[in-house]
Design a protein around this ligand. Structure first.
Ligand code: HEC
Length: 160
């Protein structure tokens, strides 16, 4: 049965979040601990964090960013993600995607644990700082609009 408003992939994910909450001794830190280090996120800075090449988000994700042809599709399109996920869920995904999905190709962005294929530039240090993660979470939570139907739009007419 399909619950209204929740895509099948989201059901699977909600199930795994629920399972994780049930099986963990306590809730995972990033789901119940509030903002990392008590920091306040800034959406404008967060947009810059998400879009800059070194944070790697757009290698795997499309979203409401310029240059759609440079955006990857390994992960879900980030359009509307703020309507799909709560702030703690967004934070948990960025902090440690593999706690939610052990097979996730998305790296842990906070801390240095749990990463297997680490480029020399990131060895022994987190990809993002706590403030940058809170900024990214604040930005992503503002993304409420669904993706435009890009595939139906001829390339020359696509908005950049
Ligand atoms: C190597 C590819 C990769 C990179 C890099 C990556 N992600 Fe992801 N991301 C994924 C995949 C795949 C998923 C789907 C869920 C899963 O498998 O963890 C995902 C899921 C998400 C989700 C949940 C989306 C939804 O609709 O459920 C958010 C939010 C997210 N990523 C944000 C980010 C941000 C922010 C960055 C950069 C700081 C980033 N991702 C970098 C691959 C990536």
């Amino acid at each position: 049965m399909r619950r209204p408003g929740i895509a099948p992939s989201r059901c699977k994910r909600s199930a795994s979040v629920a399972l994780l909450l049930l099986t963990a001794a306590g809730m995972p830190e990033a789901l119940d601990g509030g903002p990392l280090e008590g920091l306040q996120g800034d959406p404008a800075r967060g947009r810059a964090v998400v879009m800059r090449q070194s944070s790697t988000c757009i290698l795997c994700h499309a979203g409401p960013f310029p240059n759609p042809h440079l955006q990857g599709n390994t992960g879900p399109d980030l359009h509307g993600v703020g309507a799909r996920l709560s702030v703690p869920e967004l934070r948990a995904q960025i902090v440690d995607a593999r706690r939610l999905n052990p097979d996730s190709p998305m790296p842990s962005f906070w801390g240095t644990g749990g990463r297997t294929r680490v480029g020399p530039a990131w060895q022994g240090r987190p990809i993002l700082q706590a403030q940058e993660i809170e900024d990214a979470v604040a930005y992503l939570s503002t993304l409420r609009e669904p993706a435009p139907l890009r595939d139906a739009t001829p390339l020359r007419d696509a908005k950049q």
